[in-house]
Design a protein around this ligand. Structure first.
Ligand code: ASP
Length: 339
């Protein structure tokens, strides 16, 4: 069961209403015509609504999908209230905010940064890794050095609130990834948002029918210093194949990496799976391999095919994603848990 909240394209989020039980599964046939002249952007979680609006400004002016996803994810990256992406993200267990991000274009080019500190927009550094280096991925100090060489300025990403939450966490220092862990901290600070959660993965098709994707996160709250999740790993947190479609993921990154999740979703779409069915099959692989682990975690996939049909699936209920095209701006929320 999926809940659907529609938003006026031109308005703020106020006045949203619920429509229950809509289905958003699309059929896939990659031999049918690609989506042309009718852009679309989709992204994970509630904060995808605001991010999509920024991406839409690029797409509606016939901009490139790559520019749209970069501009779109800048919004949560710069939002200090959001504690799972960029500025204000929860730090690691040593109190250091480290960011993971990747980006991929319609030509199969990709760039990525991992464990990057003190940079507001890791997605833009990832794009420059793609465009200005012979490499795909830079990590840690090397990624920071590159960012500074490219003109980025260092900023303190640890907000007073996230520092306070970290100090609270330190009292017990229990490191057990929990489902929707961020939700337990400050739901009051995210009006209208039940979940202050998680990675933003964004996928877009531009007017030319080209696909791109971006994925950016501060990673699991209070992770080990140096831990890198799925989000900056091409094929795990994000994959784009301009012939077939694109996919992205959120949730416990270790399980996504183990199953090369986003690549799997795209390959399943290549075999003819509808986007939602492909996401479901990827989730089922995780559940099948580790049923006991899967019970206690959240992993969600979001996918779009070349025709612009989209779908999602997650282990647990509560996974939401935002969709924006010429006709609609809406948020879809999974109301059903696998368990
Ligand atoms: N996938 C991210 C990670 O494992 C976190 C998340 O989406 O909740 O770092």
């Amino acid at each position: 069961m999926v809940n659907r909240r529609k938003f006026l394209k031109t308005s703020s989020l106020a006045g949203a209403s619920f429509l229950a039980g809509s289905s958003y599964a699309g059929t896939n046939n990659h031999f049918s015509a690609p989506r042309l002249g009718n852009p679309i952007v989709i992204s994970t979680w509630d904060f995808g609504i605001a991010a999509n609006a920024a991406a839409w400004n690029v797409l509606k002016n016939n901009g490139r999908a790559l520019d749209a996803v970069e501009k779109g994810v800048h919004v949560p990256e710069a939002d200090p209230i959001n504690q799972s992406v960029g500025l204000g993200g929860f730090p690691d267990r040593d109190g250091i905010v480290t960011l993971d991000a990747c980006i991929m274009d319609e030509l199969g080019n990709c760039g990525s940064v991992a464990a990057l500190q003190n940079i507001l927009h890791p997605i833009s550094v990832a794009r420059l890794v793609m465009e200005k280096t012979p490499h795909v991925m830079l990590v840690g100090d090397g990624a920071l050095q590159f960012a500074l060489q490219q003109g980025f300025k260092e900023v303190n990403l640890l907000t007073p609130q996230s520092e306070k939450d970290w100090k609270e966490w330190l009292k017990k220092s229990e490191y057990t990834p929990k489902i929707n862990i961020e939700n337990s901290f400050r739901p009051d600070k995210m009006p209208g948002n039940k979940f202050n959660h998680d990675t933003i993965g964004m996928l877009a098709i531009d007017a030319k029918g080209n696909l791109s994707g971006a994925c950016t996160t501060s990673g699991m709250a209070f992770k080990m210093h140096g831990r890198v999740g799925d989000s900056p790993i091409i094929g795990a947190g994000l994959f784009v194949d301009n012939e077939i479609g694109a996919a992205t993921s959120t949730g416990v990154g270790e399980e996504v990496i183990r199953n090369v999740g986003s690549f799997l979703v795209v390959e399943l779409m290549r075999q003819g799976y509808a986007p939602e069915d492909a996401c479901k099959e990827a989730v089922m692989r995780i559940i099948k391999k580790k049923p006991e682990t899967a019970k206690a975690i959240q992993v969600g996939f979001l996918a779009i095919n070349k025709q612009g049909k989209y779908g999602a699936y997650a282990i647990q209920k509560g996974f939401s994603f935002a969709v924006c095209d010429d006709a609609n701006q809406e948020l879809l929320i999974m109301g059903k848990s696998y368990y």
